[in-house]
Design a protein around this ligand. Structure first.
Ligand code: AMP
Length: 221
């Protein structure tokens, strides 16, 4: 099963991706997480990527395409994988198709998480992440027991640089200009499904589960 999760930043695709990964026993590959890890480790590529992502801009295609190519060829991806946050441009989608085609594989489902823009802004501006273990909170919806402190590990909670208001605005513009066309690209291929990402995570997961089950029998060309 090869799944692609799409949707604007803050649509909850990361949360759903983690649950689907557990359910199906296949890895979730999140380019945003990988890029942040590389930046934190101080690798040249990671630091270059950070120049873009901290401003809310997309990282150049050649960087992310290279990462994905290496990652999906790994042993743990043989049964399948979930792409979360890739592809984000039509160029990336074409590169992915070429990689999969060369390996005799194809995407089973593209799941698009739909959520209104004002909700996205609310979710992102309230998001806080643990600097130690990466756990995610929301000051309004999922507050930690003690303000600013991670429930799980006691680490400090911070706002991601790209969740600051100006960066959020840029990310939404990038999404409209560069990522929305990817949806049209997949629409033309017939394997795109839409999910209302406004309700609570359990309700959304129930719907996603149905779509995955359908996806395992109906394989769109
Ligand atoms: P995310 O954690 O998915 O919201 O990604 C955080 C940031 O990483 C994005 O705003 C981009 O700067 C960068 N990024 C993640 N995935 C991609 C991608 N597929 N193409 C370009 N930039 C990406």
């Amino acid at each position: 099963m090869i799944l692609v999760l799409m949707g604007p930043p803050g649509s909850g695709k990361g949360t759903q991706g983690a649950r689907i990964s557990e359910e199906l026993g296949i890895p979730r590959i999140a380019t945003g997480d990988t890029l942040r890890e590389m930046a934190a480790a101080g690798t040249p590529l990671g630091l270059k990527a950070k120049e873009y992502s901290s401003k809310g801009l997309l990282v150049p295609d050649e960087i992310v395409v290279g990462l994905i190519k290496e990652r999906i060829g790994a042993e743990d991806c043989r049964k399948g994988f979930i792409l979360d946050g890739f592809p984000r441009t039509v160029g990336q989608a074409e590169a992915l198709d070429a990689m999969l085609h060369a390996a005799g594989r194809k995407i089973d489902r593209v799941v698009n998480f739909e959520v209104p823009e004002e909700e996205v802004v609310r979710r992102l501006s309230g998001r806080r992440v643990c600097t130690q273990c990466g756990a995610t909170y929301h000051i309004e919806f999922v507050p930690p027991r003690v303000e600013g402190i991670c429930d799980a590990c006691g680490g400090t909670l911070v706002q991601r640089a790209d969740d600051a208001p100006e960066a959020v605005r840029r990310r939404l513009v990038e999404y409209e200009q560069k990522t929305a066309p990817v949806l049209r690209y997949y629409e033309g291929k017939g394997n795109l499904v839409h999910v209302d990402a406004s309700p609570d995570p359990d309700t959304i997961f129930g719907r996603v589960r149905e779509l995955i089950r359908e996806g395992s029998v109906v394989r769109a060309e």
